[in-house]
Design a protein around this ligand. Structure first.
Ligand SMILES: Nc1ncnc2c1ncn2[C@@H]1O[C@H](COP(=O)(O)OP(=O)(O)OP(=O)(O)O)[C@@H](O)[C@H]1O
Ligand SMILES: [Mg+2]
Length: 269
């Protein structure tokens, strides 16, 4: 994406866990300022690892960026502690909607408030309730007892409380009913267009992701094997076979098995 200012630029990174387990190999991803970019890939491809490399959460799992670099607003951040990265305006919504189950919905939201740069906690809560009216209704309920969709809204709302510039969203649709997925993705799209929040979205639901994000990357066993506009990817036969036609296949095959194609070595181009 030439001529576009990127808020995030992942440059040819290699990531290892416990010094020896090589999980990401030469991954490069750009997120334009104010844009939404999707990262698709099957189980275990390395999607969550990519997000954790950006947010710095990798370090809590004894993971490390051992080559390449990650640039956020022109500054290299891959060696910074997670807290510093968070203060710069990056927030990760981790997989599996992890709410603090014993706290109320509103207390969960307030957890994100200390990272905000402007306004009062009350103003930030109002902003969250503006986008998630359901959370206002549920604000005094114990988070562990609200529905899965409301928990997912709570964790996205908590991220919004931090006043982020970039949200890293890990599988927000997972395990949710279609109606709720639709509702949550609508809100995510609005957060992008109205609040100007840039988004890197990890999704296994390719149809959904390609509808929301104008540009996407496909990851397979720790490498980016394809990246293009969503319009082009939706036409791509490999994508159709592997990601858009799952129902009659009896499960996921390896993307590589569908058809072999040239792996783009992005760092050489
Ligand atoms: N803390 C860890 N220590 C060692 N290996 C790990 C760790 N976390 C993940 N891995 C390995 O790294 C690879 C990528 O995992 P990751 O969770 O990033 O994949 P993913 O694309 O998010 O998968 P999923 O779709 O299942 O969420 C997997 O082989 C996984 O076993
Ligand atoms: Mg994952």
């Amino acid at each position: 994406m030439e001529g576009v200012e990127n808020i995030l630029s992942i440059k040819n990174i290699e990531v290892r866990y416990h010094e020896v387990i090589l999980v990401l190999k030469g991954v490069s991803i750009d997120v334009p300022k104010g844009g939404i970019v999707a990262l698709l890939g099957a189980n275990g491809a390395g999607k969550s690892t990519t997000l954790k490399a950006v947010s710095g959460l990798l370090k809590t799992e004894d993971g490390e960026v051992t080559d390449g670099g990650i640039e956020f607003e022109g500054k290299f951040i891959h060696n910074l502690p997670a807290y510093d990265i968070a203060r710069m305006g990056i927030v990760q919504v981790i997989e599996g909607r992890k709410v603090f189950e014993h706290l109320t919905v509103e207390e969960n939201l307030k957890v994100g408030a200390h990272l905000r740069k402007t306004g009062t906690v009350k103003e930030k809560l109002e902003l969250v309730y503006h986008y998630f009216p359901r959370l206002r209704e549920k604000r005094n309920e114990i988070a562990g007892f609200v529905s899965g969709g409301e928990q997912q809204m709570t964790v996205v709302g908590r991220a919004l409380m931090t006043e982020p510039k970039l949200v890293l969203l890990d599988e927000p649709s997972m395990g949710l009913a279609p109606m709720l997925i639709h509702e949550i993705f609508n809100i995510i799209t609005r957060l992008n267009s109205e609040e100007k929040i840039s988004i890197l979205l990890v999704e296994q639901n390719a149809k959904l992701a390609l509808n929301v994000a104008p540009y996407a990357y496909v990851m397979e066993t720790g490498r980016i094997v394809m990246d293009d506009t969503s319009e082009k990817l939706l036409q791509n036969q490999d994508i159709k076979d592997f990601y858009l036609g799952l129902t009659d296949k009896g499960g996921r095959k390896s993307f590589r098995d569908v058809k072999h194609y040239k792996r783009r070595k992005r760092w050489l181009t």
